[in-house]
Design a protein around this ligand. Structure first.
Ligand SMILES: [Zn+2]
Length: 136
């Protein structure tokens, strides 16, 4: 029966100390004997697995943040498109309203409402652009 060449940490109160492992050795590596726990090959395999798990976790996290960044970029593009659409509709409505006035047509209630909506759309488009510019 061989003794394990590994060391085991033993707690002593709030501290501790390293003592020779008390398990019987089961494998021999480079002329030294080790128990299953202190087998250098098992320790190495364990570390490699931990590293591989960590790498996989990091890759998953990175992929997640890339997805979030992509979605945010897409969101900004959609918002910019929306601002452009609001601006175009607002200007068209504004123009129609003024043309109607030039033709001497009376501005009916819905046209006045449309004019207000157009101004609101233009203001919203301007503030969206402002926010997008500031966040660049
Ligand atoms: Zn041991």
């Amino acid at each position: 029966m061989h003794e394990c060449a590994g060391k085991a940490y033993h707690r002593l109160g709030i501290w501790g100390q390293w003592d020779p492992c008390s398990r019987s050795a089961t494998v021999q590596r480079d002329g030294k004997w080790y128990c299953w726990q202190h087998d250098p090959e098992r320790v190495k395999a364990d570390e490699e697995k931990r590293r591989a798990d960590w790498d996989a976790k990091r890759d998953r996290e990175l992929a997640k943040y890339k997805r979030i960044a992509r979605n945010a970029k897409l969101g900004a593009l959609v918002t910019m498109e929306t601002a452009g659409l609001l601006e175009r509709l607002g200007k068209e409505a504004d123009l129609s309203y003024e043309k109607a006035g030039d033709n001497g047509d009376s501005h009916t209630g819905w046209a006045i409402q449309l004019h207000h909506d157009a101004k609101a759309a233009l203001a919203l488009a301007a503030s969206i652009r402002e926010v997008l510019e500031a966040s660049k």
